[in-house]
Design a protein around this ligand. Structure first.
Ligand code: PEP
Ligand code: MG
Length: 597
C-alpha cells in the first residue's frame, strides 16, 4: 500500500534508540504502512494502551534524583504491602497463595523492571510512570514469545505488579485515554481495537503505531477515524519525544519527525491539494454508481459503531454492507443487554432511512476480545472466534439475534454470519435464528419476517465448497481480510509478515473469482466487504471479475465511485478473464497493471 519516498533532510530508519539529547530537534524519517490516506501535521503525543495510559513528561536535570526517590518510594510501599500480606496468611491458607505473593515480590525486585526503569528515568529524563510502563511493555512482549504456557502466563503477574506500583506512585492519577488537542498526532506501540474505539470520542490530527498490519482491526478502526494513519513503524515510540513536530503521510506510510521549513511547506501544499480533490469528489454524492455502459454497482459502507452512520450518509453510500456489531461489546465490563443492542441497531436502521443495513453477528475472538471473556487462546485467529463462539454461547447469541430481529421491524436489515465453514454450523445458525423468531412470536413482538440471512466467505474451505452456502443462505459477502490471512497463512495483525499479505496472490483471486461465479450461477448475490473493496487499485479488477456490490470504509467511497463511473465493463471483464487464465508471471503482472486505476 505504501512505497515511501524519502523527503526529510536526514533518515534514521533502523536506529534502535535515540541517545540522550544528542538528537534533540534532528529531522528524520520513519517508514511503515499507510492505512488511512491524507496528510497530518501536528505535535507528537506518546500514549500507551488504555489500561496503562500514563502521562509522559520531561524531568529537569536537577529533579532526576527526586523522581528516582518517588519511584523507590512506590516500590517500597508495594513491597511492604506484599510482605505484610504474606505474614498475615494463616496456616490453613493454600500454599499457592504464598507462592503467588513470592512471585510478585520477585517481579518487584527484578532488575529488568526496577533497575531498567531507574536507568531510563535518568538517561531519558522521563517521569517514573512512563519509564515503568515502557519496561513492562518490553517485558510482556518477551513473555509473549515464550513457548512454555506456565511461564507465558506469568505475564499477567508482571502486569499486576506494575498496576500496584502505579497506584502507589505519589502524585500519580490514572487518567482516561486522552489526547491533548486537535493538532496532536498519537504515537503508540500498539493499540487494540478497544483502545481505538476509545479514540473515537476525541479529535486529533493523525495516528501512528509501531505494530500492526494494514488489515488488522486496529488499522481498520484507524481508517474509520478518517484521519491520516500509519502502522508498522517499529521504532516510532522509542525514537520520538513528546511535543515534537511530525508529519504523517498516511498514503505513503511515512512519518517525518522535526521537518525543516522547506519540507513543512511542501506537505502543507500537498495537504491543501488533497483537501481540494476531496471537496470535488463530494459533489458525486448524489450520483448513482454505474459503469460507462450504465450497469448499476452498489457501493455500501462498513461501520463499527452506530455514530459512524453520519459519515455513511455524507459519503452517499447506498446502504451499509457491514456493521461490525462486536464493537458494541468492547471497552466494557459486561455484555450489552438485548434492549441496549436493539436501540443501537434501530438507531442505525432509522438513520439509513430505508436503505439496507447489513448487521454482522458477533465476530469476537482473535484480536477483538470483550472484557471478561476469558484468556486468549493459544492461536486466537484459529480458535473460538465469531460464529464458533456464538454457537458455544447460545444465551449471548440469542440475545443478539432477538435484538437484531426486533430492530428489523424499523427498516430493511440483512443478517450476516461471520466465519462459517461447516454445513452443521450453517444448520445450527439457522436453528438459532428460528428459535429467536419463535421466542418473539410467543411474545407477539414484531420483526421483519422476510429478513434475509447471509454468510461471510472468509475461510478458504468455505470458498472451495460453497454448496451448502448457496443452498441455505440468501446472500454472501467475501471477507477478503480473513480470506487472505487464512489462504496465505499470514497473521493480519503481525507486521513482520505484512509484506507477504497479498490480495493479488493467484490463490486469493481464484477463490474470489470462484465465489462470484458460483453466486451468479445460483442467483445468490455476492458482495465483498474486506478492505480490498475500498482499494482503488482493485476496483477495476473486482468489477471485471463480476463484483457488483462493494462495501468499504465510507471515506473511500467517493473515489471508488469516480472510478466505477469511468470504467468500461467490457474492457475490464476481458482483462480479468485473461488474468484468470494466464500462468505466465510477466503477463500476469502486465494484466494487473492494466487493471489498476
Ligand atoms: C474480512 O475478514 O474481510 C472482514 C470484512 O471482516 P473483519 O475484517 O472484521 O474480520
Ligand atoms: Mg473477517
Amino acid at each position: 500500500m505504501s512505497t515511501p519516498g524519502n523527503t526529510a533532510e536526514k533518515t534514521a530508519v533502523a536506529a534502535p534508540a535515540r541517545a540522550g539529547d544528542a538528537w534533540s530537534g534532528a529531522s528524520f524519517t520513519l517508514h511503515g504502512a499507510g492505512v488511512s490516506a491524507g496528510i497530518a501535521i501536528g505535535r507528537a503525543h506518546l500514549v500507551s494502551a488504555a489500561q496503562f495510559e500514563v502521562a509522559h513528561y520531561e524531568i529537569e536535570p536537577e529533579r532526576i534524583d527526586a523522581e528516582l526517590r518517588r519511584f523507590d518510594a512506590a516500590l517500597a510501599q508495594v513491597r511492604g504491602e506484599l510482605v505484610g500480606l504474606r505474614a498475615s496468611l494463616h496456616s490453613g491458607t493454600p500454599a499457592e497463595m504464598s507462592a503467588f505473593l513470592d512471585v510478585h515480590l520477585m517481579i518487584l525486585d527484578d532488575a529488568h523492571l526496577s533497575q531498567a526503569s531507574r536507568e531510563m528515568i535518568a538517561a531519558q529524563r522521563c517521569n517514573a510512570e512512563w519509564a515503568l510502563v515502557q519496561q513492562m511493555l518490553t517485558l510482556t512482549a518477551q513473555f509473549d514469545e515464550i513457548e512454555d504456557a506456565y511461564l507465558r502466563e506469568r505475564k499477567a503477574d508482571v502486569v499486576h505488579v506494575v498496576e500496584k506500583i502505579l497506584k502507589a506512585m505519589p502524585g500519580n492519577e490514572s487518567r482516561p485515554l486522552s489526547v491533548q488537542s486537535e493538532d496532536s498526532v498519537v504515537i503508540a506501540r500498539d493499540l487494540s481495537p478497544a483502545d481505538m474505539i476509545a479514540f473515537k470520542h476525541h479529535r486529533f490530527a493523525g495516528f501512528a503505531t509501531d505494530m500492526g498490519g494494514v488489515t488488522s482491526h486496529s488499522a481498520i478502526v484507524a481508517r474509520s477515524l478518517n484521519i491520516p494513519a500509519i502502522v508498522g513503524l517499529h521504532n516510532a515510540r522509542a525514537l520520538l519525544r513528546e511535543g515534537e513536530t511530525v508529519i504523517v503521510d498516511g498514503r505513503e506510510g511515512v512519518l517525518i519527525v522535526n521537518p525543516g521549513p522547506r519540507v513543512l511547506e511542501e506537505y502543507r501544499e500537498r495537504r491543501a491539494r488533497i483537501e481540494r480533490s476531496r471537496a470535488r469528489l463530494r459533489s458525486l454524492r448524489g450520483t448513482p454508481a454505474a459503469t460507462r455502459e450504465g450497469v448499476a454497482v452498489e457501493l455500501h459502507a462498513n461501520i463499527e459503531l452506530p455514530e459512524d452512520v453520519a459519515l455513511v450518509r455524507e459519503s452517499g453510500a447506498s446502504g451499509i454492507g457491514l456493521f461490525r456489531s462486536e464493537f458494541l461489546f468492547l471497552n466494557r465490563e459486561s455484555l450489552p443487554e438485548e434492549d441496549e443492542q436493539f436501540e443501537a441497531y434501530r438507531h442505525v436502521v432509522r438513520a439509513m432511512a430505508g436503505l439496507p443495513v447489513t448487521i454482522r453477528t458477533l465476530d469476537l475472538g482473535a484480536d477483538k476480545t470483550a472484557n471478561g471473556r476469558g484468556p486468549a487462546a493459544p492461536n486466537p485467529a484459529l480458535g473460538l472466534r465469531a460464529i464458533r463462539l456464538c454457537l458455544a454461547e447460545p444465551r449471548m447469541f440469542q440475545t443478539q439475534l432477538r435484538a437484531i430481529l426486533r430492530a428489523s421491524h424499523y427498516g430493511p436489515i440483512r443478517l450476516l454470519v461471520p466465519m462459517l465453514a461447516h454445513a452443521h454450523e450453517i444448520a445450527q445458525t439457522l436453528d438459532a435464528i428460528r428459535q429467536a423468531k419463535a421466542s418473539l412470536d410467543a411474545q407477539a413482538v414484531p420483526y421483519d419476517r422476510a429478513l434475509r440471512i447471509g454468510g461471510m466467505v472468509e475461510i478458504p474451505g468455505a470458498a472451495l465448497a460453497l454448496g451448502e452456502f448457496l443452498k441455505h443462505l440468501e446472500f454472501l459477502s467475501i471477507g477478503t481480510n480473513d480470506l487472505v490471512q487464512y489462504t496465505l497463512a499470514i497473521d493480519r495483525t503481525d507486521d513482520s509478515v505484512a509484506h507477504l499479505y497479498d490480495p493479488l496472490h493467484p490463490a486469493v483471486l481464484y477463490l474470489v473469482a470462484q465465489t462470484l461465479k458460483a453466486g451468479k450461477r445460483a442467483g445468490i448475490p455476492v458482495a465483498v466487504c474486506g478492505e480490498m473493496a475500498g482499494e482503488l487499485a482493485y476496483t477495476r479488477l473486482l468489477l471485471g471479475l463480476g463484483l457488483r456490490e462493494f462495501s468499504m470504509h465510507p471515506a473511500q467511497l467517493p473515489a471508488v465511485k469516480r472510478l466505477v463511473l469511468s470504467t468500461t465493463l467490457a474492457e475490464v471483464e476481458s482483462l480479468a478473464a485473461r488474468l484468470m487464465r494466464t500462468r505466465d508471471a510477466a503477463r500476469r503482472r502486465a494484466l494487473i497493471e492494466a487493471l489498476r486505476a
